[in-house]
Design a protein around this ligand. Structure first.
Ligand code: PLP
Length: 403
């Protein structure tokens, strides 16, 4: 019996490890297996690999070696950026005095962040800090002037996702960074605390300009497995002099910010993946955008009443999020999977729960409409043939009406 190979169009959930990445990782599993904290030559070999990886990423992001922290995932990096920052500020007496002695701090974010930003913020809210959630418009964007209006004397942190993992919309990060920079100059004169700026660039790194000095970001999160690197590795850019304390304590690895023996193979793999992203960004962007637009045209033409969720402008080139009126996404996903097409109902983390996506309802969709929507995300190896096949599978499967 011939086994049909499924078409994978869920690259925002995760990506396969690139062959070159795998090659860069291979020596650190059994040949160069030393503990980077060991003094002997095995340890030295391992720490040298970590230093090289950090150096490479720092160079590509145009920042200092000491500003890159390796974490166990982007989830961990987001938690460190948020909880670690509030801990750091709370224990920094000098800065605290300016921050009106601290409590409560005011933090501004959006209502379409990834759970790994929203959940730590909820924790902070529980202990008395104040969180403002900026609303996106029906196209999926926040407005810089809206953000500016929400700033208060005790605002100390802003966290805005660079590109949405569900609808691919790209937020005006550079504009926010510049606005905050100007604001901070005035605040300094008024003896008010600096507002630090964090962006979750997990989905953006592959396609968009992400150098923190250009974005004017103080903290920036990225992840290995969304860019053809391994799972279980993330990174956090932390601008010098940003108050930050660890959320995991122990042996003091990663400049004291992330204790635990380093995952040398994953770190080497992440550096290679970032290198490949920078090398291939433009060609991948164009190729994927072209295929994505073809697929969108097929879907809209073939399936009556289908609608794209979120703006087509200022959207990641690999993302489609489409509503099929009166078709349940759960049923549709199963039907598609059976016919050899793997797509998603939204964020990978909540994909198993049959809840309506909070990102889609934030755009103004009803719960029912959100549950009629699927996310399709293309990757660097997606082919024109796969796109044609995917379009025909969707056409044949979306006929089932099941509400
Ligand atoms: N942030 C965004 C925007 C994501 O898409 C994801 C993963 O889905 C994460 C954070 C979490 O990444 P990780 O799987 O490395 O924890």
């Amino acid at each position: 019996m011939m086994i049909m190979k499924s078409i994978y169009l869920d690259y925002a959930a995760t990506t396969p490890v690139d062959k070159e990445v795998l090659k860069a990782m291979a020596p650190y599993f059994s040949l160069k297996f030393g503990n980077p904290s060991s003094i002997h030559s095995f340890g030295q070999e391992a720490i040298a690999a970590i230093d090289m990886a950090r150096e490479k990423i720092a160079k590509l992001l145009n920042c200092d070696f000491s500003e890159i922290i390796f974490t166990g995932s982007a989830t961990e990096a987001n938690n460190l950026a948020i909880i670690g920052f509030v801990k750091g500020l709370s224990e920094d007496r000098h800065r605290l005095i300016r921050a009106n002695r601290g409590m409560p701090f005011h933090i501004i974010t959006t209502n379409i962040e990834h759970e790994s930003v929203l959940e730590p913020l909820k924790e902070l809210q529980k202990i008395g800090h104040e969180i403002t959630y900026l609303k996106v418009n029906k196209d999926g964007f926040i407005s810089v002037s809206d953000l500016e209006k929400k700033i208060k004397n005790n605002t100390i942190f802003v966290s805005v996702i660079y590109a949405s993992n569900e609808i691919g919309t790209i937020q005006p990060i550079k504009e926010i960074g510049r606005m905050l920079e100007k604001f901070n100059i005035k605040r300094r004169e008024q003896n008010l605390p600096k507002i630090y700026f964090h962006t979750d660039a997990v989905q953006a790194l592959q396609f968009l300009e992400c150098r923190p000095d250009w974005l004017k970001a103080d903290l920036m999160t990225f992840s290995g497995h969304k860019i053809y690197g391994p799972k279980g590795i993330g990174g956090l850019y932390v601008r010098k002099n940003t108050p930050l304390l660890p959320i995991i304590s122990g042996g003091g690895q990663e400049f004291g910010l992330k204790s635990g023996t380093e995952n040398v193979a994953n770190i080497a793999g992440l550096a290679k993946a970032v290198e490949l992203v920078f090398k291939n960004r433009e060609t991948r962007f164009k190729k994927i955008l072209n295929l994505r637009n073809q697929l969108l045209n097929y879907i809209i033409k073939d399936n009556k009443g289908t609608k794209l969720n979120g703006s087509l402008e200022n959207r990641l080139p690999n993302n489609l999020n489409i509503r099929f009126p009166d078709v349940s996404n759960e049923t549709l996903l199963i039907a598609l999977d059976q016919k050899g097409l793997s797509v998603s109902a939204g964020s990978a983390c909540s994909a198993r729960a049959s809840k309506a996506s909070y990102v889609l309802t934030a755009l103004g969709l009803t719960g029912k409409q959100a549950k009629e929507s699927i996310r399709i995300t293309l990757g660097k190896d997606t082919t024109g043939k796969e796109i044609k096949k995917a379009a025909s599978v969707i056409k044949n499967s979306s006929l089932y009406s099941n509400f």
